[in-house]
Design a protein around this ligand. Sequence first.
Ligand code: C5P
Length: 418
Amino acid sequence: MHKGRCILLIVSGGIAAYKTLDLIRRLREKGITIRCILTEAGARFVSPLSLAALSGAPVYQDLFSLQDETEMGHIRLAREVNIVAVVPATADILAKMAHGLADDLASTTLLATNKPVLVAPAMNMHMWSHPATQSNIAVLERRGVQCVGPTCGALACGEEGEGRMAEVSDLLATLDTLLSTSTHTHQIEMAMTGRRALVTSGPTYEAIDPVRYISNRSSGRQGHAIAASLARHGARVTLVSGPTLLSDPVGVHTIHVESAGEMLAACEDVLPVDVAVCAAAVADWRAASVSQQKVKKRGDVKTLLLVKNPDILALLSQPGPRRPVLVVGFAAETESLLDNACRKRTAKGCDWIVANDVANNQVFSSAYNTVHLITENSVTCLRTMTKVEIAESLTERIAAAIRKKRVVGSPENLTQPP
Ligand code: C5P
């Protein structure tokens, strides 16, 4: 079922290392390719020859092996497999992982990988329950490392307690789940890789004079999270951001603008793109004329003449050769959320609208959001999630929509960079 997938097994020093031999055999029966790294201590418990014979591939042992580096450098090894599994994981390797040490091939590879990591701790019960080990495990789990076991039972040292490595069947079950998830992520990456995406985020500032401006409460968190998520899944993302306190997302080309006019000009420069996500809270109005000097405080009443700003979402949605394959807008509403959002989708001509209720004013600076996704044929209510999770969910749906388009069109229809 996982044919063609690859697991990197890191075998560290512990009596349970012999169980990895059975694990390798069972994984290969499923068509999974295995690559092994054997630590110096691991080699005292299991021979490189056994691992090589069962995995059907050379075993990597030395960080400075010219031959290994020529065959497959350790960075490639760390990044080209689907999962990295440390079986067994000693207290020492867990400590190195938690603290980012990189003094041998195993720890260096673990620091370099961007793939899901599983650890199967195996050690004496006192070493396992020691606060240092427990704190290291807590750090690793917070970072998303999947820990399987240890279990209770007779330990190699003669004592009995929690420290036995998990059974091979439990490791197989967890690896199975991780591989399914990674297959899903891989499919998203396949659909998004090389695609060009434009995301707008944050508020705009519409100047009244050199000191004052009109703006809104948008923090930019949702838009920035979407840009980061699309980029993580392989898209080439340009983020056009109004003024925010956020740092530029990693791997995203960010253009900083202030006003709606500047945002529109920047977006038009970025076209053509495959996907446009307009998450910015663009000011609807701007001052009809911007005073060159600070406006004086004379009089009790002041009239400010406003003119309408261009609607970037509506302009990007206009039919034509430069229209993105998919245009997604946002609708922040304080009343009749779904009705207003559905109307907005049609009025602006975009494909999807992400609607969120901002009546209680808590969405803007919050890390959480509750949204409804409105498409031509459906309204999907997503549960309350962090803005990062909403971004992931949206990326997943965008990938599915784009993948379908690729089937309808041809690969040549992919937009080319200007
Ligand atoms: O009309 P309203 O401002 O509620 O529409 C919200 C959606 O339209 C958001 O996606 C926002 O980014 C976009 N928008 C825009 N240009 C404007 C106003 C809104 O792109 N001038």
